[in-house]
Design a protein around this ligand. Structure first.
Ligand SMILES: [Zn+2]
Length: 475
């Protein structure tokens, strides 16, 4: 294991002993307040359990206060069979050379490292820095609920905010997309149908984050299955018993499945041949794709009537999906996109879960209107949920310039600035206090939100030194 610097590893280890899954912020919130009070610092905790700690300027630091910000909650995922009690038990950390991970579970480096940085800065009596306001929010991972409930007064007269919820050491973010989710519903009627049951499964697609990876041309399993059902109609009649795919709001579905009751007179080898052809067509972009057909016994079941399923299929085929616009300012940056993340055909309705993102004001609203028009045309409805605002890129930023200098001084190479096509709490802060000058940074972390999550400790230390340099030079 590598040598600690200013207690970063020690503080990260201490806070990892405190359970802090999203929705269970009580223990970590109390831990952070206790930590501040032991140092004699002012600490407040609001009704959402957001923690705000203030530390006065020291060693000649002057100017307006600087906000340091991160979120205290973490995604709780474990390897099958681990049986970790995330509510009552801390994490079992494993240190391997310059990496730390957790035994069988997510690590919560996202965003525990921000907390460790703040703890170390709060303890440090040596460095020069201006007034510091540490804002540690709750439930970022499930919908930024802590940040949404913050009182704009917490920023006081600060003009700079350093968000520490990113995961590439050599990259500094200076803008992010806003987003919203549309929950679509289309009613369906069912009637008894008799015939051979056919199950079609589409699996083995790459999947991926529906914001950060939407430009990669990843096939959406639900939309591919809709295409199959559309094309199948021309040579095999059927009604639909079930249809579903996708697991998460913010992921591109890698799996979808349909159960059909076939009308009499189908040609089994023709169906199998068609599925083989379409699998081969998509294998060019999805190397591990598998489209399988399982012919089952004759059965009798309540399936969607052809008329009502036609509405559902129309929406699945007509809805826009994927990248809608690229940024004219930043090469390769997706400006506007959407993704059907989860689809399920229930007893009396089809449910669509669609995530929209855009870094430009007004674009997601227009796209949302289009999606809702199509759902309505199909006899259904769409409602907007979980909206979060964009953090628009500012052409001029003193904080960005100061960070570029500090990074080059501590690393010997220039930092890369970027804007991401996903949400950050900074969007909410920009809305609360538009004049805030912000950056988002973080040390090297891999496989976040999965049990493989790991944090690089030497990166954590070298980036911390950049933060020290920034705080001691900022004006
Ligand atoms: Zn995070």
């Amino acid at each position: 294991m590598i040598e600690d610097y200013k207690n970063i590893i020690k503080n990260f280890t201490a806070l990892s002993k405190v359970p802090r899954g999203s929705g269970h912020n009580e223990k970590i919130s109390a831990f952070l307040c206790g930590f501040a009070k032991d140092l004699g610092l002012s600490c407040t905790c609001d009704k959402e359990l957001n923690v705000i700690i203030k530390k006065p300027a020291q060693n000649g630091g002057a100017g307006k206060p600087v906000v340091l910000q991160g979120h205290m909650d973490m995604v709780c995922v474990e390897e099958p069979g681990t049986g970790h009690d995330f509510i009552n038990t801390g994490l079992d950390l494993i240190f391997e050379d310059e990496w730390v991970r957790a035994n069988g579970t997510t690590l919560g480096g996202d965003d525990g490292i921000a907390l460790a940085y703040m703890m170390s800065l709060l303890e440090d009596k040596e460095i020069k820095h201006p007034d510091l306001i540490c804002i540690i929010t709750t439930d970022e991972e499930t919908g930024m609920y802590g940040a949404k409930a913050l009182d704009a007064g917490v920023f006081e007269d600060a003009s700079y905010l350093i968000n520490m919820d990113s995961e590439n050491e050599d990259e500094c973010l200076s803008g992010c997309a806003g987003g919203l989710r549309i929950d679509g519903r289309i009613p369906v009627n069912r009637a008894t149908a008799n015939g051979r049951q056919l199950d079609i499964t589409v699996k083995g697609l790459r999947g991926g984050h529906s914001g950060a990876e939407i430009h990669k041309g990843i096939t959406n399993a639900v939309r591919l299955l809709a295409r199959i059902l559309e094309e199948l109609k021309s040579f095999a009649g059927y009604t639909v018993l079930s249809l579903s795919g996708g697991e998460k709001d913010n992921a591109i579905p890698s799996f979808a499945k349909a159960s059909l009751i076939l009308d009499d007179g189908f040609d089994r080898s023709q169906i199998e041949g068609y599925l083989k052809d379409i699998e081969a067509k998509y294998r060019r972009r999805e190397k591990s794709i598998s489209i399988t057909a399982e012919f089952k016994d004759e059965t009798s079941a309540l399936t969607c009537t052809k008329d009502s399923f036609e509405n559902v299929l129309f929406a699945l085929l007509a809805l826009p999906n994927g990248v809608q616009a690229l940024s004219p300012d930043i090469e390769g940056l997706v400006e506007t996109s959407l993704n059907l993340g989860v689809f399920a055909l229930n007893e009396d309705e089809a449910k669509f879960n669609i995530s929209l993102r855009s870094s430009v004001l007004g674009e997601k609203e227009f796209l949302s209107g289009r999606v809702r028009r199509i759902l309505e045309k199909a006899g259904g409805t769409g409602t907007e949920n979980s909206e979060y605002p964009a953090w628009e890129y500012k052409p001029v930023s003193k904080l960005r310039d100061a960070y570029a200098k500090a990074f080059e001084k501590t690393h010997g190479i220039p930092v890369k600035f970027n804007v991401i096509h996903a949400g950050l709490e900074c969007g909410l802060f920009a809305k609360m206090k538009p004049e805030l000058d912000m950056i988002s940074i973080g040390p090297e972390m891999h496989d976040i939100h999965s049990p493989k999550e790991r944090l690089n400790l030497s990166s954590s230390i070298s980036l911390y030194k950049t933060v020290e340099e920034l705080l001691s030079t900022i004006e």
